[in-house]
Structures are given as C-alpha cells and as structure tokens.
Ligand binder design. Structure first.
Ligand SMILES: Cc1cc2nc3c(=O)[nH]c(=O)nc-3n(C[C@H](O)[C@H](O)[C@H](O)COP(=O)(O)OP(=O)(O)OC[C@H]3O[C@@H](n4cnc5c(N)ncnc54)[C@H](O)[C@@H]3O)c2cc1C
Ligand code: SF4
Length: 326
C-alpha cells in the first residue's frame, strides 16, 4: 500500500472562505471534493500539494435545482445522486448515463461532478508509481522532459478521461466558476484545452461552483463508453450525443468523442447536419464514417490505439441508433 504524503487540511463552509484559502495558500494548495482521484494521485507523487481545501462542508455547492428553463447542478453533487435523480434522467439522460458509467459504486458515492470535470488527464506512462516512472526517466507532464507517446513531441497528449465532460459538452452546459476576483461562466465546450499537462481554462484559484443545462423541448441525449470491464475502468473511448427534434425532423445534433487526447472532440460532421434532416440509416452511416476520419486515438491510455480507432464508428453508430437517428 502506498502511503499518503503529509498535508494540512482546511474545511471551509462557504465558497468565499474556500476561495480566500486558495488565494492565501497559493501554489501549495489543492481543492479536494470526493478525493477519489486526487488522493491516489498524491500517493503516486503526481500531485505535490501540502495543503488541501476540502469542499465537503460547503452546503451551497450541493444539490440539483430545476429553474425556469434550466437545470442547475451544484459542483459537490455526487455522481451517484446524479445517476439516480429522476429530473436528470428525464431532462438530461446523457449526463445520468455518463455519471453511472464512472468507476464503481464507491467512486460514484464519493466522487462529485466538480471533481469529475476537473479530473487530471490520464496516460499509461503517467498514472504509475514514482518508482515506475523513474525507470523511464519520467515524462513531460511530471518531472521529465520527453513524451513517450509522441516521439519527439513537445506537448503532452494525455487523455481527457472524465465521463461527464463529453456529456456536458454535447448538452451545451455552462460551467460556473468563482474565485476572490469574482464569478464567471464558461461554456463546457470552451472549458478544455489541448494541453495534457493542465487541460482546462480554469485558473488554479478558481472553484467550479455549478453546472447549468438548458431545458429544451424535444431534446434527448445519451452516453456510451468503451472499457475493459463494465465497471470500475476508465474509458478507452467515450461518446456522448444530444439530439433536438421538432416537427421538421432533427433540429440540432451534437456528438462528442473523448478519451482520445487532452480535449474532448466535437464531431464537425454532426454539427453540420442541416435542420430538418430526417433520421435514416444513411445518416447514421455518414456520421459513423465521419467519426472514424475525425477521431484518431493516441497510444496514451491502455488498449491498442488501432483497435480503439476501429471502435470509434461502432460506438457512434450504436449511440446514434439508440437515440433514433436511424
Ligand atoms: C479505480 C478508479 C476508477 C475510476 N474510474 C473512473 C471512470 O471510469 N470515469 C471517470 O470519469 N472517473 C473515474 N475515476 C476518477 C474519479 O473517481 C472520478 O472522476 C470522480 O468524479 C472525481 O471526483 P472527486 O470529487 O472524487 O474529485 P477529487 O479527487 O476530489 O478531485 C479531482 C480534481 O478536481 C479538483 N476539484 C474537485 N472539485 C473541484 C471544484 N469544485 N472546483 C475545482 N476543482 C475541483 C481537485 O483539486 C482535483 O484536481 C476513477 C477513479 C478510480 C480510483
Ligand atoms: S502523453 Fe507524453 S508527456 Fe503526457 S503523460 Fe503521456 S508520456 Fe507523459
């Protein structure tokens, strides 16, 4: 068993107090919510925090609220409660399915939406013990200077592995952030960057406070995931989709593929489907073929990259058919 390094623990009860602590403690501090990713990463020497600011006692960050035309979900809402919430299952089933696909029951009971959104990227050469990584001379993302995935690469391409991220991008969600400088909102589709070392536009002293989803009549959504076992494992690939329908047919469509590289990928072919298109198997085949062309998994996580590439169109087709696109 790997020991946890020593750290100081702070337990604020308001967002303002937590934000003040992040400012005062500076680079030494990290936020912790459920701790299901941060604590294993600290044991592996991937995170060197000497102080943790726990969000567990910040009641304002918990729970789901239905507003006039939106769903507002507090960042500390657990994945288990998201997966089980009848309002989420009805209005944003893609998010409920994504939450249900995370890890195992214990991870979902402790793990939170905010922690999932801010999950560190993953790589087969990074999520290892310090001893293991030292044998390879470490890598760009932590303690080293080379990338073992892309020979000669100057940029880390570790994979976004958070299951709720593609679902929230497809659902056109907005992420609320707060720091001592104030509050701001970022569309989920602009939250992630292509930098595997730190793949979000969140400033390090900002707290994700909530996620807001628009409620749109005629909307349906779904999520699918490739993994070794049907529980516990991180994604080898994930696909989320959202379909808006009206009397004319498909009014809008978004498909997002993730666990490819540092940023989830919105399929250009899906965004280009013209309003009024009727569902058909031809449409499903065009989308799945385009997905194979647009998405190229890297050799960054477990599973042969070529096999994962072959699985992209299959996952897109399976989800598109389930959502009635053909
Ligand atoms: C065996 C195992 C299997 C797993 N399988 C999966 C899987 O299949 N899919 C998946 O998506 N995840 C998986 N996970 C990872 C993890 O359990 C989930 O991603 C979980 O949702 C993380 O949430 P948390 O609250 O525990 O985050 P924490 O571990 O507390 O934090 C994770 C990161 O987010 C930051 N953070 C937390 N809350 C906030 C906030 N409100 N604002 C800003 N930053 C914040 C923390 O500082 C930290 O950097 C797995 C973990 C393990 C150990
Ligand atoms: S992609 Fe390269 S730099 Fe990034 S974690 Fe993997 S080996 Fe390291």
């Amino acid at each position: 068993m790997l020991p946890l390094p020593r750290f100081r623990m702070f337990r604020p009860t308001t967002v303002a107090e937590a934000a003040g602590l992040l400012r005062d403690l500076g680079e030494d501090a990290q936020l912790v919510a459920g701790g299901t990713d941060l604590l294993p990463n600290m044991k592996h020497g991937l995170v060197g925090a000497r102080a943790l600011v726990s969000l567990q006692n910040v009641a304002a960050l918990k729970g789901v609220r239905v507003e006039r035309q939106s769903l507002r979900i507090g960042a500390l809402t657990t994945l288990e409660s998201l997966a089980e919430d009848g309002r989420i299952r009805e209005l944003a089933p893609g998010l409920a399915e994504a939450a249900e696909a995370v890890g195992g029951p214990h991870h979902r009971r402790m793990g939170t939406l905010g922690g999932n959104l801010c999950l560190d990227t993953r790589c087969r050469y990074y999520n290892q013990t310090h001893f293991w990584r030292s044998a390879l001379g470490f890598c760009l993302k932590k303690d080293g200077t080379v990338c073992h995935v892309v020979a000669g690469g100057q940029k880390c391409v570790a994979a976004a592995s958070n299951d709720t991220a593609p679902a929230l991008i497809a659902l056109d969600a907005t992420i609320s952030l707060e720091s001592v400088r104030g509050e701001r909102e970022v569309p989920a589709r602009s939250f992630y960057t292509a930098d595997g070392i730190y793949n979000t536009t969140r400033e390090r002293d900002e707290i994700v406070t909530a996620v807001t989803l628009p409620i749109v009549p005629g909307r349906t959504s779904g999520f699918d995931k490739l993994r070794r076992r049907n529980a516990i494992d991180f994604p080898l690939l994930s696909v989320a989709a959202r379909v808006d329908r009206d009397e004319g047919g498909i009014a809008a469509l978004d498909i997002v593929v993730s666990a490819l590289a540092a940023r989830p990928r919105r399929l250009a072919a899906a965004a280009k489907v013209p309003p009024g298109t009727r569902p058909s198997m031809d449409l499903v085949h065009r989308l799945s073929e385009a997905a194979k062309k647009e998405c190229r998994p890297l050799d960054n996580v477990e599973g042969d990259a070529e096999w994962r590439h072959e699985m992209v169109p299959l996952l897109v087709e399976r989800l598109s058919r389930r959502l009635g696109l053909g």
